[in-house]
Ligand binder design. Structure first.
Ligand SMILES: Nc1ncnc2c1ncn2[C@@H]1O[C@H](COP(=O)(O)OP(=O)(O)OP(=O)(O)O)[C@@H](O)[C@H]1O
Ligand SMILES: O=C([O-])CC(=O)C(=O)O
Ligand SMILES: [Ca+2]
Ligand SMILES: [Mn+2]
Length: 658
């Protein structure tokens, strides 16, 4: 039983007189007793040990060349300018002083030496508590740092078994389109789309400033705020610099993942942002303020290049708010902004996937056999397509490893998992659980998808796929479109909205949303449609309508078309085989429907065959046709494109006829 550690030479045992091992210690050479002989730690105190654990981040890239305005300045000077810029973002516009802005975590109790504060001698009467206060800025933290912040300070933040960070977005688990307002001024009054059908609900400049000050005051009242400086758009000529000021590590990590991440060098030379978001999250707007109809307000001021968020913590609001900004800025440069996914085949063929929320943009653009350019927001310029974002935002309700392996594997360290339910002990996520919401989401950097195309740009699209999740179950699983039909369906933007993404919608229902994203467009839909028609025509792209919704009956009776069938249909579009298939023309909608698609049962290709009640099918088809017609009435007075009226007339004739 006696143990021997003679190999170490410090303790030897032998049986003593009482039967117990007798402990003898071997005298060491210098007379000092060691309890181990391994290498010792290079610290004399615990504090010293802790300081050894963290080494300074790699210093910013060496200053070579003189091309940048910052090239000649010292590190200290650059830090000062950066802090000055953030301080300017956070400055109150109604008070002359405060808060003082300092970089770093307040919990670390560092000495506040590099304070930036304009030293205007102020009469004592103007001194306020807010002027005396420090706001700590957590600037472009890393995912690991943001995890620690979230877990320490934000209730509902947990690490799941796959390494992702689970968070709760609070009372709002989807966007609030009825609370999104745009400042109507001399310029935007004429430039933007206002009135019926438009997402742009007006507010005035004065009210915007009231809300802005409310958000800034709230953010400054906190011990610390998060600031992200990042980019939008992978097209280097049309890149936009954005700054996001927020109250939560969750929001900072979400935007870290969703926007394009600057390199350390790009961050050094960031300068002044082109657009700033003030996200006050849970802090509500004031119902006594003009225009406010709830405690939530998302306010866009294009002249000031600012957005204010009050009373919602749903992170998608920031992503889609910036998308609206791009829908304004890009068309001014003759660039088309698109609510679409995009991927590219090995041979360089690019496809666009349009569709409203939940129709399959992310699911179908994430394709193991193709390069992912992006899953949700793109630009189409003279040079081809470019992703606006640096990450993906996938729905994860009922997510399965088998059906969506790349998305499944992208959920790991660094990924934000919104509103999912997990086992309290194992921390394994149950993707089928809708207890918090149906709209559970994963936000991950695009490089988490193994075949992401980096940089996220590609040549001109060959196929333009319009996705509709038809809850009526009467649209064919796939049809080939003429250019006029493509425009008709693009302007209509039909789907059966799947529950959850827009706050308050619980059941699928037929929805029309112009350009497959009326909630985000800023100009009249026909402006985007004309640009799309022009681009598709000059680059010879083919339009397709794919129903990712119901077959064999409406929602409730039929079933959603199997994802594996839809994937086969998409494959046949990509590889060109569907272009040469045999087609027949459908009733009412006049859609060209193939009679065969490899890997898909032919009886579902003509939807009537999948319905047992043919009369019900015909009645439902007519009903949907009527809804399309009625929706299109608002567009009949608009002309599309320049020159003659041919395209406009063709588009009007490309809808259902009965
Ligand atoms: N036949 C099908 N085709 C596509 N998606 C399907 C199909 N059947 C079921 N689904 C499911 O529908 C959902 C499609 O959601 P997806 O995230 O792709 O939407 P999205 O168009 O990207 O929306 P958003 O703009 O809100 O991000 C996924 O959960 C997917 O698993
Ligand atoms: O904005 C969101 O919350 C999700 C999304 O992508 C969309 O609705 O199109
Ligand atoms: Ca998506
Ligand atoms: Mn989207």
């Amino acid at each position: 039983m006696a143990s021997n550690r003679n190999g170490n030479g410090s303790i030897a045992t032998e049986n003593g007189s009482n039967g117990l091992p007798k402990i003898t210690t071997k005298k060491s050479v210098n007379g000092i007793c060691h309890d181990d002989s391994g290498p010792t730690v290079n610290a004399k105190t615990i504090d010293e040990l802790h300081s050894l654990q963290k080494k300074k981040s790699a210093p910013s890239t060496p200053n070579t060349g003189t091309s940048t305005p910052f090239a000649q300045i010292s590190d200290q000077e650059r830090q000062k300018l950066q802090l000055q810029s953030i301080s300017a973002s956070l400055a109150s516009l109604t008070r002359e002083t405060g808060p003082k802005v300092v970089k770093g975590d307040p919990a670390k109790n560092q000495k506040v030496d590099h304070v930036h504060h304009h030293h205007v001698p102020t009469p004592t009467i103007a001194v306020s508590d807010s002027a005396l206060k420090f706001t700590h800025v957590l600037y472009n933290l890393s995912p690991a740092e943001l995890y620690e912040q979230a877990i320490k300070y934000e209730k509902g933040s947990f690490i799941t078994s796959n390494g992702a960070m689970a968070t709760l977005s609070g009372a709002k688990t989807g966007r609030s389109p009825r609370d999104k307002r745009v400042v109507k001024d001399k310029v935007t009054e004429n430039e933007l789309w206002w009135g019926k059908g438009s997402p742009n609900i007006e507010m005035d400049e004065e009210t915007f400033m009231v809300n802005r000050e409310r958000a800034v005051d709230y953010l400054n009242s906190l011990d610390k705020v998060f600031v992200n400086d990042q980019f939008l758009n992978w097209d280097p000529e049309n890149r936009i610099k954005v700054r996001i000021v927020s109250a939560r590590a969750y929001h900072s990590l979400f935007m870290h993942n969703m926007c394009i991440r600057p390199s350390p060098e790009e961050l050094e030379n960031f300068g002044t942002p082109d657009f700033t978001i003030y996200n006050a999250g849970k802090f509500p707007c004031n119902r006594f303020t003009h225009y406010m109809t709830s405690s939530t307000s998302i306010d866009l001021n294009l002249a000031r290049r600012e957005m204010v968020i009050l009373g919602t913590q749903y992170a998608g609001e920031m992503k889609k708010g910036l998308f609206s900004v791009m829908h304004y800025l890009m068309p001014k440069r003759q660039i088309l902004s698109l609510h679409s996914g995009s991927n590219m085949g090995k041979g360089g063929d690019v496809a666009l996937f349009f569709g409203l929320s939940g129709t399959g943009k992310t699911t179908l653009s994430t394709d193991h056999n193709r390069y992912l350019i992006g899953d949700d927001e793109h630009c189409w310029s003279e040079n081809g397509v470019s992703n606006i974002e640096g990450g993906c935002y996938a729905k994860c309700i009922d997510l399965s490893r088998e059906k969506e392996p790349d998305i499944w594997n992208a959920i790991r360290f660094g990924t934000v998992l919104e509103n999912v339910v997990f086992d309290e002990h194992t921390r394994e996520v149950d993707y089928s659980d809708k207890s918090v919401t149906e709209n559970t989401r994963a936000a991950y950097p695009i490089e988490y998808i193994p075949n992401a195309k980096l940089p996220c740009v590609g040549p001109h699209p060959k196929n333009v796929i319009l996705l509709a999740c038809d809850a009526f179950g009467v649209l064919p699983p796939v049809s080939k479109l003429t250019l006029a039909q493509t425009m008709y369906h693009f302007i209509s933007g039909y789907t059966a909205l799947v529950a959850g993404t827009e706050d308050g919608i619980k059941e699928p229902q037929a929805t029309f949303s112009a350009c497959f994203g009326a909630a985000f467009i800023m100009l009249h839909p026909t402006k985007y449609a004309a640009m799309l028609a022009e681009k598709m025509e000059s680059h010879g792209a083919t339009g397709w309508l794919v129903n990712t919704g119901w077959s064999g009956g409406s929602y409730g009776t039929g079933n959603r078309i199997k994802l594996s069938y839809t994937r086969k249909i998409i494959d046949a579009i990509h590889n060109g085989s569907l272009l040469g298939a045999e087609y027949k023309k459908s009733e009412i909608f006049g859609l060209q429907t193939p009679t065969e698609v490899e890997g898909v049962p032919s009886e579902i290709l003509d939807p009537i065959n999948a319905w047992s009640d043919k009369n019900a099918y015909n009645a439902t088809l007519l009903k949907l046709g009527g809804l399309f017609k009625k929706n299109f009435e608002t567009f009949t007075n608009y002309k599309i494109g320049k020159g003659d009226d041919n395209l406009t007339e063709e588009i009007l004739a490309a809808g259902p006829i009965f």
